[in-house]
Every structure is written in C-alpha cells, then in structure tokens.
Design a protein around this ligand. Structure first.
Ligand SMILES: Nc1ncnc2c1ncn2[C@@H]1O[C@H](COP(=O)(O)OP(=O)(O)OP(=O)(O)O)[C@@H](O)[C@H]1O
Ligand SMILES: [Mg+2]
Length: 360
C-alpha cells in the first residue's frame, strides 16, 4: 500500500525515486566502497535503502543505528557487533555460506543459524575482515548503517577509524550510510580534517529531495485510487500545499483519510498531532541539554530569520547569552536538519514541524 506509514521494502510500494534507486544500485554494482544516502527526516531514506538491498543480489546486513542507540544507550563494539550478527542470524543461505569465515572470528560463535558474541576479545575489524573474505566469494557484501550519525557515540570504539581501514583494505565490502542529520554525519566522518582517519576518502552521495508539487499530487492521487477512496481535487491541492512534498507526511495524511475515513481537515489535524508527539520524543534529549533550543526553534518558526533577530528573541525570553554560545546552539540545529540556513537566513524546512515549533 502506497500510504502505509512504515518504511517500504518493495519497489511497487515506493513511489517515484527511480532515479535515486538506480543511482544507488549502480554505485554498489560498480564496487564503490562508501555510499552516503542523505536527506531530511521523512523523505524516504530507509525505504530507498530497503528496496535497494532487497533488489541487489549481494548479501547485505543492515543496522538501524538510531534505534540501536535508543535501545542500548550505547553503540560500542559489542552492541554494533551484536546487531551485525543478529542481522545475519537465521538467514540460512547467508549463514551457511559465511559460516566458514565467521567461525574464525575471535569471540564469535556459530551454532546452527545463530550467531553470537561469546567473549570480550570480539573485534569489529576482524568481523569485517571475515565478511570481506565472504564477499570475495559472494561478489560483495553490503553493510548498511541507517542513521549513521549515531555511530559518533561509539565511545572507545572509533567507527571513523574502522570505516577508513575497511574502505582502504577490504575491497569486497560496500558501506551504505544514511543520515538525516546531515551536518552531524559529516561532523562524525570528518572528510575535510587532515588529522581524521577518513580524510579525503571518496564517497558517492545520493541525495534525496522532497517531491515536487506535481509528483506529490500524483502520489496522493495514486494512493487514493489504490484504496478506492474518493477525494476532491481541492483537497489534494490543499494537502500538497501544506505538506510541501515530504513523502512521510503525504503518506500519513493519505493513511489517516483512508483507514479512518477522515475528512481533509481532520486528517491534517491528525498529521499535526503525530508530528507533535514525534517532536517530543525526537527532541526531548536536545531540550534537556539546553532549554534554549526550544526557544530558538520557536523564534525561527515564528519567522525570525536573521541571526540577530533570533538572538534578540532568545535574550528577551531567557536572558543574556554570548554570541559564540548562541551561534553554537543555532549551528547545532542546522546540523541536525531542523533548521535550514540559506543566504544568511534561517528557516524551518518542514512546514508541519514549523507549525509544531510555533507552539513550543
Ligand atoms: N517514495 C515513497 N513512496 C511511498 N512512500 C514513501 C516514499 N518515501 C517515503 N515514504 C513513506 O514515508 C514515511 C517515511 O519514510 P522513511 O521512513 O523511509 O523515511 P526516512 O527518510 O528514513 O525517515 P527518517 O529520517 O524518519 O528515518 C514512511 O511511511 C514511508 O512509507
Ligand atoms: Mg529512516
């Protein structure tokens, strides 16, 4: 179903995105070792990644790093190792073919189709080396880290160093990293820092943008048609105007109308309600860190777009802050994708979130 509110896994459920899918799949087939899939929240990165991994014939392992971090509050080597192994466990063909190589990794046990870490000696690098050997046989192994910016919380496990080693030496591995917090992802990977392990490494970037108004209209039309649900042209135009080409919101709007038989306004309100609760979970950590983030987001959402005006608003609400501290907070919001900076002006790129932030 086009409107299903979960990441898609099959091409038939994925609307448009043929170009991006082709670009991603061809980069893998060319043997590129590091591919980044970038785009704001809810544009469909996980969906595109799932579909590509499903279609490509190479074995692949995917780890949702954001989910892993929120579950374990850590992404140290045991945690990520565990996720990589559980991503393979139970997959008959893969485990049987890779068994020979995986058994040799210190601290990993293979029993039946189950893979586990059994001792403290476990090393991610050794696991990757084993997968590389398997990749030689299988043609290539794809390792995907969804929301890879969370790998920066590895503590003593330095994933940038591990990635650099793998990219330089393990030619049968392809890493696909997705990131919605693009600035944070680049902060973590540090391609521009001569002191950093990944300095100057080539990476192929696939960038997801929002749908154009035409594509958004077509998406809604097709979704409603598929569900045999009648809507007026004016309602579709209204939704396209308000949701600004963000597939996640468009799909949710359609899903609400179709499954709960809601009218246009009601469905819009539901989207807004959902956005509010998402913001609470997504941003609670940030707000706990500094209450100023909340006020800055509110200022930008209300239309204060210049550095000075946002700072004045913040000062009025929460008192004095020095320039450099303020700049840092604002910059962090830009890096996380919640705020966009264009030609010196700050805006909220997601119109639904803008509405939510206005009420913060
Ligand atoms: N091209 C598409 N066709 C149909 N549905 C889509 C498409 N892109 C995204 N969606 C829908 O939008 C929602 C968000 O998609 P997805 O989770 O893949 O995005 P994401 O970029 O990974 O988001 P996040 O940053 O929150 O992880 C899902 O409900 C998904 O089904
Ligand atoms: Mg995702």
């Amino acid at each position: 179903m086009l409107f299903s509110p979960y990441p898609k896994t099959k091409r038939e459920e994925l609307f448009d995105r043929e170009r991006e899918l082709k670009e991603l799949e061809e980069a893998v087939k060319r043997g590129e070792r590091l591919i980044l899939l970038l785009g704001l929240r809810r544009l469909g990165k996980s969906s595109l990644l799932n579909v590509a991994l499903n279609e490509l014939t190479y074995p692949s392992i995917k780890v949702d790093v954001r989910k892993t971090y929120s579950e374990f509050s850590s992404v140290n080597r045991y945690v990520i190792g565990k996720m990589l192994l559980s991503g393979m466990s139970g997959r008959k063909k893969l485990v049987e073919e890779a068994k020979l190589f995986l058994e040799r990794v210190k601290g990993v046990s293979v029993s039946g189709l189950k893979l586990e870490i059994t001792s403290k000696d476990f090393s991610i690098t050794e696991l990757l080396e084993a997968l590389n050997e398997y990749g030689e046989k299988a043609g290539r192994v794809i390792i995907a880290f969804d929301e890879a910016q969370y790998l920066r919380f590895g503590g003593a496990t330095r994933y940038d160093g591990i990635l650099a080693y793998a990219i330089d030496n393990l030619e049968n591995l392809t890493f696909i990293l997705t990131g919605s917090e693009v600035g944070l992802l680049f902060d973590f990977l540090k391609f521009d820092n001569p002191e950093a392990p990944l300095f100057g490494r080539y990476h192929h970037d696939v960038i997801l943008d929002r749908f154009s108004p035409e594509i958004s209209t077509e998406f809604l039309r097709k979704g409603f048609e598929e569900a045999n649900f009648k809507v007026s042209r004016r309602e579709i135009e209204g939704a396209v105007g308000e949701l600004d080409g963000i597939p996640g919101w468009l799909a949710l709007y359609g899903y609400m109308r179709v499954t709960r038989d809601l009218g246009h306004e009601e469905a819009m309100n539901e989207v807004l309600r959902e956005a509010k609760s998402l913001v609470q979970t997504e941003l609670s950590r940030l707000f706990a860190y500094s209450p100023r983030y909340r006020v800055i987001l509110k200022a930008v959402a209300l239309g204060y777009s210049r550095w000075k005006d946002i700072k004045d608003y913040l000062t009025l609400k929460l008192g004095y802050i020095n320039d450099s501290n303020f700049s840092k907070l604002l910059e962090n919001l830009v890096k996380s994708g919640y705020v966009e900076k264009k030609e010196g002006k700050y805006t909220i790129p997601d119109p639904v979130l803008q509405k939510v932030f206005r009420e913060l």
